[in-house]
Design a protein around this ligand. Structure first.
Ligand code: HEM
Length: 510
């Protein structure tokens, strides 16, 4: 009886009752959770926006998703808004310590952001760049060796390991060395397991009671392995002086909480696990995506290769600075990849700030009045495939990001509208703190790979890995808070004699 009353209320009396959306989603979160569980939520959200032809869909009893540029500004660039209550499910336990990502309170967040932001700022990257370049060289050396032994390389595992090794260095100055040694590779699998479960709780918080069941079904090995590796890193770092390295620990640890000597504070632990996830999973998806699209679009590949090989006169020149900044086509390829296949798929849920509710303010998103307590968000994939902003949205066209002197005022306005709808790093004060780092890591990795190698799609069936079912030109993403992907399989060919720079000096033959 109670269930019937709840269903009746949600369908006929609920303040969101007049918003369009599937019938089942009006009364149960199970509807959207099914797509999260199937890891196709991004594709389903796009389908639902098309079906209910408009900017908004009611996707759960208390949740709305939007797919317009105006909505993005209203939800993410708005002082009346805070992160939705869903974020509290991302703490390790109900009483768990919040980290930068899942802190909801604005003041507490800005305090944390002031501590952690500088670790990954553009300025910090100038100091960290040599460490990043060393990891990228290790990635290139692995590619070189694989190109000698294997017929082709699945680029996903090397990109995942590269990103984890870089973030291990930046977080705790620790050589995880997953590119060459399997010991800490469990971090990658642990992040994926954590991400899959967190995505379910993020959409339907009540499911968190199933955690012991998931542990029983899936075992806790990968999660335990992840936490063990994080603990190893922190303990190794705590054993040396704080200022011995330029890393997260040096810049942030003392300011997070007072800790007893030798113990890892809860604050530090919570931030460390998120930091590794944020930096260790997102960039790798974008890198694999770029390899996928470059290997399918020969004209784009040729133009980018020419830009990189003519801009730099030696491998040592490929580093942050004027020349890299001037590689406009490289930036366009990165942006077009993140448009087609965003590494963070959303929705990032937001609600009206309690202070704004108390002040009696009205919260509107794209002209719709949002009742207090509602969680709103946007599927980044759906907005970035919205034809109103991105003509031919399923075509990989880096050129769409490049302005030209011949642009008419209409072209300029269309490009400005496109930029307003493009938010792979989100917007506003909760947007990605690691954006500068991510662009640097992606630019250096792709530029250096194209300096040393040519690459192409593997012939035959194996070459299809990474293609989306029904849309072979699109890189397949699997929805999760830690987005997953596989492939592409590529054949790498070393260019000329450049490979000799990569090999240690005692090895001379190819
Ligand atoms: C292509 C790469 C990346 C993408 C697409 C990306 C995307 C995002 C997005 C969309 C958010 C907002 C999430 C939300 O509101 O729920 C976010 C937050 C964040 N990201 Fe990234 N990210 C990337 C790389 C990185 C890297 C390399 C780091 C370095 C550690 C990083 C650190 C962070 C942090 C600290 C936050 C939380 C910011 C806050 O709440 O104040 N990200 N990222």
């Amino acid at each position: 009886m109670k269930i019937l009353l709840i269903v009746g209320y949600r369908v006929f009396l609920h303040p969101l009752r007049n918003f369009p959306g599937p019938f089942a989603a009006r009364f149960t979160s199970a509807y959207g959770t099914f797509f999260v569980w199937r890891r196709t939520f991004h594709i389903d959200s796009l389908r639902l926006h098309e079906k209910y032809a408009g900017p908004v869909v009611r996707i759960a009893p208390n949740r709305l998703i939007f797919n317009s540029a105006t909505a993005l500004q209203d939800m993410y660039n708005n002082p009346k808004v805070v992160k939705g209550s869903s974020y509290s499910t991302q703490r390790q336990s109900a009483k768990g310590t919040p980290n930068l990502f899942n802190t909801i309170d604005k003041e507490a967040h800005s305090k944390k952001r002031r501590i952690i932001g500088p670790v990954i700022s553009e300025r910090s990257m100038r100091v960290f760049e040599p460490d990043m370049l060393r990891q990228i060289d290790a990635f290139l050396l692995r590619l070189l060796r694989s190109s000698r032994i294997d017929k082709f390389v699945n680029t996903t595992p090397p990109c995942e390991r590269l990103a984890v090794d870089i973030i291990g260095q930046l977080a705790f100055g620790y050589p995880l060395n997953t590119q060459n040694d399997p010991t800490h590779r469990v971090i990658v699998e642990g992040l994926k397991t954590r991400g899959r479960r967190s995505s379910l709780y993020f959409f339907w918080p009540d499911l968190k009671i199933l955690e012991p069941l998931f542990n029983w079904i899936e075992g806790k090995n990968t999660l335990d392995g992840l936490y063990r590796s994080v603990r190893t890193m922190i303990q190794a770092r705590m054993a040396i002086p704080k200022d011995a390295k330029h890393d997260f620990f040096a810049l942030a640890s003392g300011k997070l909480s007072t800790r007893e000597p030798g113990l890892i504070s809860k604050d530090l632990w919570a931030e460390a696990v998120f930091f590794i996830a944020a930096g260790g999973s997102t960039t790798s998806t974008a890198l694999s995506g770029m390899f996928f699209y470059l290997s399918r679009n020969p004209d784009v590949y040729a133009r980018l290769a020419s830009e990189i090989r003519s801009t730099f006169s030696s491998r040592c020149d490929i580093r942050a600075g004027h020349e890299l900044h001037n590689c406009k086509y490289l930036r366009a390829v990165i942006d077009e990849t993140m448009r087609m296949s965003p590494s963070s798929l959303g929705p990032a849920w937001r609600s009206q700030d309690p202070a704004s509710i108390a002040a009696g303010e009205v919260f509107t998103v794209d002209g719709h009045v949002i009742p207090p307590g509602t969680q709103v968000g946007s599927s980044r994939y759906a907005v970035q495939h919205n034809e109103a902003f991105f003509p031919e949205p399923f075509k990989f066209q880096p050129e769409r990001w490049l302005s030209s002197e011949d642009d008419s005022p209409e072209d300029q306005e269309a490009r400005a509208a496109m930029r307003r709808a493009f938010a792979p790093f989100s917007l506003g004060d909760r947007s990605c703190a690691g954006k500068a780092m991510a662009y640097l890591e992606m630019s250096l990795t792709i530029a250096k790979t194209m300096w040393y190698f040519g690459f192409k799609k593997t012939p035959g069936e194996a070459g299809n890995l990474g293609e989306t079912l029904g849309r072979p030109d699109e890189f397949q993403l699997y929805y999760s808070l830690v987005v997953e992907n596989d492939g592409p399989n590529l054949v790498f060919t070393p260019r000329g004699e450049h490979w000799r720079d990569l090999e240690p000096s005692d090895s001379t033959s190819l």
